[in-house]
Write a protein that binds this ligand. Structure first.
Ligand SMILES: Nc1ncnc2c1ncn2[C@@H]1O[C@H](COP(=O)(O)OP(=O)(O)OP(=O)(O)O)[C@@H](O)[C@H]1O
Ligand SMILES: [Mg+2]
Length: 224
């Protein structure tokens, strides 16, 4: 289970102080999929970053599968992320100087899988995402949809407990987006991932178990 209790996050930038999240609380049951939605600037990415430990909230608690990630040391947080979190970024964020194969193998290597297991697993994953032939390709040689499929394979390779996806279909056409959504849900369920997806995609919203509507950094109440 993931429990978020009263988190607030503010950014200080050239524009001054920006309150990105204010007193956000919710729980997510294990193996459920939650769709986070809200207008641009409502705090979706910030929330995913806090859940994934890429940002630290100033206030509040985040407990993921029994671990209070907001209070972990940098080192402990790195280890937790490496083992338990998969992240699909809006524009893929594959490492441009590594091949498709190496991008996926990387997260497995960090988790100390041996070479043989890594090779087997990467091939299986590439096959599953329909890109069996692209292992030697560099990310810039792929289409946007292909990059996203590799990103899903990479995020899920080490069977993380939590898969965070930030508008994974936003830059894809409807059909490609639908295929990616199917793939993500199938793989997420197969690997027993709890998924939190920031999205405006009706396809994802239809498939999700629960919803988290954000407005101006707060969870919107159903009665407005
Ligand atoms: N690194 C940062 N420094 C300063 N302000 C930031 C930073 N990241 C986000 N913000 C601000 O925090 C608020 C929430 O941003 P966030 O990226 O979480 O929104 P979002 O809902 O993901 O938007 P979008 O749909 O456009 O991706 C916005 O006002 C944004 O400008
Ligand atoms: Mg965003």
């Amino acid at each position: 289970m993931i429990r978020v209790q009263g988190i607030s996050k503010e950014y200080r930038s050239g524009r001054g102080q920006i309150q990105a999240l204010t007193d956000v609380s919710f729980t997510i049951e294990k193996n459920n999929t939650v769709a986070v939605f809200g207008k641009s600037g409502s705090g979706k990415t910030t929330l995913l970053y806090c859940l994934g430990g890429l940002e630290r909230p100033e206030r509040g608690k985040i407990t993921c599968f029994g671990v209070e990630i907001h209070s972990l040391s940098e080192k402990a947080l790195c280890l937790f992320q490496r083992r338990n979190i998969g992240f699909v970024f809006q524009h893929g964020n594959l490492l441009s100087y590594l091949t498709v194969y190496e991008n996926i193998a990387f997260s497995l290597a960090l988790n100390n899988f041996d070479g043989k297991t890594i090779a087997k697993r990467v091939h299986e994953l590439l096959e599953k995402v329909g890109l069996a032939e692209t292992g030697p390709a560099l990310p810039h040689e792929l289409s946007g949809g292909e990059v996203q499929r590799v990103s899903v394979a990479r995020a899920i390779a080490h069977s993380p407990q939590m898969l965070l996806a930030d508008e994974p279909t936003a830059s894809l056409d409807t059909d490609t987006g639908r295929d990616l959504v199917q793939l993500m849900f199938n793989m997420g369920r197969e690997h027993g991932c709890t998924m939190i997806i920031a999205t405006h995609d009706q396809e994802i919203i239809n498939l999700a178990d629960a919803f988290l509507p954000l407005r101006d950094g707060k969870i919107e109440k159903e009665d407005g």
